[in-house]
Design a protein around this ligand. Structure first.
Ligand code: PGA
Ligand code: ZN
Length: 428
């Protein structure tokens, strides 16, 4: 018998030293599944509520009520439910919560439990989660890593406005090689920064915390790091950016503090389009604020179909927001973060909506992470071509990249999706 016998909530700590929710699902057959909720710093307004206790302890970030909900109400409601029926289990929690934003029990309580249910079901079946999620599909590839080299925005005290300066090993043939190339670029960037006296440590996701005078200087250093590591910019290692523009603008007005400039939507778009021309950028996330729909659509049209215009805050891993964004041609790629949705079922529905729209998709971690590696299994099991986990440092990041290497071994296959299957490779 594999029904759920008990769910236990536990308060654990994330990579920023904040409390977070771990759920442990125990089945009647003795199988166990465990998962931990991540948390974001630059959150979109449509996200499932990350429930915190407020008050004095830990800056108000304690999660005692969400943890209690897991061990109490959620456990009671899920007892006897078949964990292999993820949709029914998640719906039970959604109904129990009863709010549109999961504010009552907490999106953090729900997502930890939802992922733990999947782990428990896979354990009961005796297969790894990635294989369980694939439901018999056999054409596995590893996801192409998108890796932060410099961290900015909310992750680095707003030292630069742009949040993520990342690289993608577009020329790598295997997952292992993509990590090797990325390691060389990360190292080269560190040496460059230290030599220039611009290194101020590492940001929340492990990228270097840079003392750049302008946002664009980060792009120059990124190109130099790629070349310094012996790669051809654009061909072997390309650049991707997360502007996270919602964090520094609203109502079509943006404050670029690093550059000491106030700009409107058109001027911000123009600056970014200029970067697309001058630098080997293949993906750009949240180029405009979550409220700036028309400007997003104009930007996406101007950038052209070979660039991934990634929506994060703009769509918040929501199938209905993705459908609306698709109707308005606002972007062409979805960032999929399970905790924005609150359950695996809803995250998968968002992925399916993105696929139905003909978009690319990227499974993503948050800035507040832990040793939990569930998202790597989601990317492989759901057949998502890209994975964004932050940088190539700090164990909460490396745990994910390393889990991919274990999957390579188990699969006896180190294959990435072909270059031609990506927007930047389709014109050749
Ligand atoms: P967050 O940022 O996890 O701090 O929200 C990650 C991102 O914007 O992609
Ligand atoms: Zn983002």
């Amino acid at each position: 018998m594999t029904e759920i016998a008990n769910v236990h909530g536990r308060r654990v700590w994330d990579s920023r030293g904040r409390p977070t929710v771990e759920a442990e699902v125990q089945l009647a057959d003795g199988s166990i599944g465990r998962a931990i909720a991540p948390a974001g710093a630059s959150t979109g307004s449509g996200e499932a509520v990350d429930k915190r206790d407020g008050g004095d302890a830990f800056g108000g970030f304690d999660v005692q009520s969400a943890v209690a909900a897991v061990s109490g109400e959620i456990s009671d409601a899920l007892c006897g439910v078949d964990p292999r029926d993820q949709v029914a289990a998640d719906q039970t929690m959604i109904d129990l919560d009863g709010t549109p934003t999961k504010a009552r029990l907490g999106g953090n309580a729900l997502v930890a439990t939802s992922m733990a249910i999947a782990h428990a079901a896979a354990a009961a079946e005796g297969v790894p989660l990635w294989r369980y999620l694939a439901g018999g599909r056999q054409d596995f590839t590893l996801p192409l890593p998108e890796v932060q080299i410099f961290g900015g925005g909310a992750h680095a005290g707003r030292r630069v406005d742009i949040q993520d300066f990342m690289v993608i090993a577009t020329g790598a043939e295997t997952y292992t090689q993509a990590l090797e190339w990325t390691a060389e670029v990360y190292r080269a960037a560190g040496v460059l920064m230290a030599d220039a006296g611009l290194m101020q440590g590492v940001a929340d996701e492990g990228g270097f915390w840079p003392a750049f005078e302008t946002n664009e200087l980060a792009l120059d250093y990124l190109v130099r790091a790629i070349e310094g590591a012996g790669f051809t910019p654009g061909d072997e290692m390309a650049i991707s950016l997360d502007i996270a523009a919602t964090d520094f603008g609203k109502n079509g007005r943006y404050r670029l503090a690093t550059d000491d400039r106030d700009v409107d939507s058109d001027a911000l778009a123009e600056m970014l389009l200029g970067w697309l021309e001058r630098y080997p950028i293949v993906a750009i996330e949240d180029p405009l604020g979550e409220d700036d729909h028309d400007a997003m659509a104009m930007f996406t049209a101007a950038a052209g179909p070979e660039v991934e215009i990634v929506a994060d805050d703009f769509i918040c891993t929501s199938a209905s927001l993705i459908e609306a964004a698709h109707a308005g041609n606002a972007c062409n790629t979805a960032l999929i973060k399970p905790n924005q949705a609150g359950t695996l079922t809803e995250a998968k529905a968002a992925l399916d909506a993105a696929r139905a729209a003909g978009w690319e998709s990227i499974v993503s971690a948050r800035s507040g992470e832990t040793e939990d590696v569930t998202i790597v299994h989601l990317a492989v099991g759901w057949g998502v071509k890209q994975l964004k986990v932050g940088s190539f440092a700090r164990s909460e990041r490396m745990a994910k990249w390393n889990e991919g290497l274990r999957i390579v071994e188990a699969l006896e296959n180190d294959r990435l999706p072909t270059r031609e299957s990506f927007p930047w490779g389709r014109n050749g």
